[in-house]
Design a protein around this ligand. Structure first.
Ligand code: 0RQ
Length: 507
């Protein structure tokens, strides 16, 4: 198995996951690899969670601060949260146990733009990073690290951490070698220079992660799969949302605002994003490109069928069948996929330069186009903003999508006032639900409200939204963005109190 560790000095540092976990002490800041369930360490966090559980059970509080690229998996976030071993977590998570702990108020969670994490670490905003725990595919003779199925913040973790634990995961395909492009040219203000990436397929770095071998305190051999969650086939609502968006893109091509091969696509993950990508596959497009964060099954399919010429991302989120497709034609895909650090995949300068088409999911939008991506009823975190803000603010076109209702119709995703704002009205150009699409470009607040209510809201909620807007237009303190402040969040309050946003039936 050690054929994946070809550097003599590092080979000597091999030990068990339990021994490596014992090097992590209470109160440490631990930076881990991992992005959307790919490339996270699998053995050390689990062994650490067992140790933490034991300590906590015997009354010795043991908690650490955990920084990652984005979401990981049950073996990491789930186990550590279950053991009550996390004091602070950032930036993006999607594990149900961890989410529950955060919403019970048990630990601190910092939700932030994914492109900011590396630079805030360099700026010293999170203090010292004590230990980095990073999964890699392979270590070569010179000690260079072949990254695994995600890069995320690994470049920064390896450079900034005082000590490093490496997990060498034999399960990761050796063929990943050559797919990565790690850029080492970022600097701190005031010495920053333009990042020399002009096209989504430009390679501006090197295929390895550098790591000072003197910092490596443990090398753990692992043979364990990524999360690789299966994807559900797109449902009817997702297909309708995709249909509206595809029609809009075709319209933009006809108007000459987009070329026939569009502009680099950024797509969130999930059912709707998959339906949109599936739809693009059947719409006659060719020669498309993607500059995005995550390559999921639908994007791989587009590459496989030649619709997408190439994709740049920071991670894979493939289902088991997506993975076997990838492995069956790995040479083909290697030529068409570039994985980069998330500070580059999500870099505002590059997103603005390339003119990405950003397509992301949302929890709710208000009638003026403010979007909430993260908090149910303004206070319960779902996953986090992820990269949606990096892309939305800087995109050529920023699109937010959701079904017009959630929880079997009990919740309207179009509300009078967003209960939490991740993307302001200034960053949101298009809102789409299964009901239709509102193109908000060039519209004033009141024009946006009319368009969103008419095109996107569900018929069961549309009259109440229209009534709110009409009364606000008459009675609001200011008439620029009319609101009735005493009533603006009453829909959310009604949901908390009665389980539904539906207005009470008059008796
Ligand atoms: O709940 O799981 O209990 O059924 O939210 O909603 O409709 O399945 O949609 O999977 O696309 O998720 C915004 C969360 C949407 C996601 C969000 C409930 C709903 C369901 C999921 P259940 P759907 P999606 C790339 C870009 C931010 C990060 C981002 C997200 C669950 O898109 O995390 O964009 N985005 N990153 O029932 C109460 C509402 C609700 C609601 C939905 N208004 N009130 N519950 N739900 N709307 C990736 C990265 O950056 C890494």
């Amino acid at each position: 198995m050690s054929e994946r560790i070809r550097n003599e000095a590092l080979r000597e540092k091999r030990m068990s996951a339990e021994e490596a976990a014992a090097l992590i002490r209470p109160g440490m800041t631990v930076a881990m690899s991992g992005f959307t369930g790919a490339g996270y360490p699998k053995a050390v966090p689990k062994a650490l969670a067992a140790r933490i559980q034991q300590a906590n059970d015997s009354g010795d509080e043991f908690r650490i601060r955990v920084l990652t690229g984005a979401s990981t998996a049950p073996e990491l976030d789930g186990e550590l949260a279950r053991a009550r071993g996390i004091e602070l977590r950032l930036p993006y998570q999607s594990d149900p146990t961890l989410r529950a702990r955060i919403n019970e108020g048990e630990l601190e969670y910092i939700d932030m733009h994914l492109s900011h994490v590396a630079q805030h670490t360099w700026f010293g905003y999170f203090g010292n990073i004590d230990i980095a725990v990073v999964e890699v595919t392979d270590i070569d003779e010179e000690g260079r690290l072949v990254p695994s199925s995600s890069i995320g913040n690994n470049k920064t973790w390896l450079e900034q951490a005082g000590q490093v634990i490496l997990e060498v995961n034999r399960w990761q395909p050796a063929e990943l070698k050559g797919m990565h492009d790690v850029y080492y040219g970022t600097a701190l203000p005031p010495n920053r220079k333009p990042i020399p990436l002009l096209h989504p397929d430009d390679r501006i770095g090197e295929p390895y992660l550098r790591c000072d071998p003197a910092k490596v305190i443990a090398v753990v051999e692992v043979d364990a799969p990524d999360r690789n969650s299966p994807f559900a086939a797109p449902d009817a609502e997702s297909k309708q949302i995709a249909g509206h968006l595809l029609e809009f893109l075709a319209h933009e091509v006809r108007r000459g605002r987009l070329a026939k091969n569009l502009l680099p696509l950024q797509s969130g993950v999930g059912n709707i994003a998959n339906a949109v990508l599936d739809g693009l596959g059947g719409s006659g497009y060719r020669d498309l490109t993607a500059y995005t964060e995550v390559i999921q099954d639908a994007m791989l399919n587009l590459i496989g069928t030649g619709v997408l010429r190439m994709a740049s991302a920071t991670s894979f989120a493939l289902s088991p069948s997506g993975l076997s497709e990838f492995l069956s034609r790995v040479e083909y895909y290697r030529e068409r996929i570039v994985l980069r650090p998330q500070e580059i995949s999500n870099h505002p300068e590059l997103i603005r330069r390339l003119g990405c088409i950003a397509m992301n999911g949302m929890i709710e939008a208000d009638i003026y186009g403010n979007v909430n991506s993260t908090h149910v009823a303004g206070s319960r975190i779902m996953n986090g903003i992820g990269g949606s803000g990096d892309f939305a603010r800087n995109a050529y076109l920023s699109v937010f999508m959701a079904p017009s209702t959630a929880k079997d119709g009990a919740i309207s995703t179009i509300v009078p006032m967003a209960s939490h704002v991740d993307h302001t009205e200034h960053d949101v150009m298009v809102v789409v639900t299964e009901q239709g699409l509102a193109d908000l470009r060039g519209l004033s607040p009141k024009q946006r409200a009319r368009s969103i209510i008419a095109s996107c809201s569900h018929p069961a909620y549309r009259p109440a939204l229209q009534d709110y807007f009409d009364r606000a237009c008459r009675e609001s303190y200011g008439k620029h963005t009319p609101h009735l402040l005493g009533e603006a969040l009453s829909w959310h309050q009604r949901f908390i109190e009665s389980g539904t946003m539906r207005p009470p039936i008059a008796t």
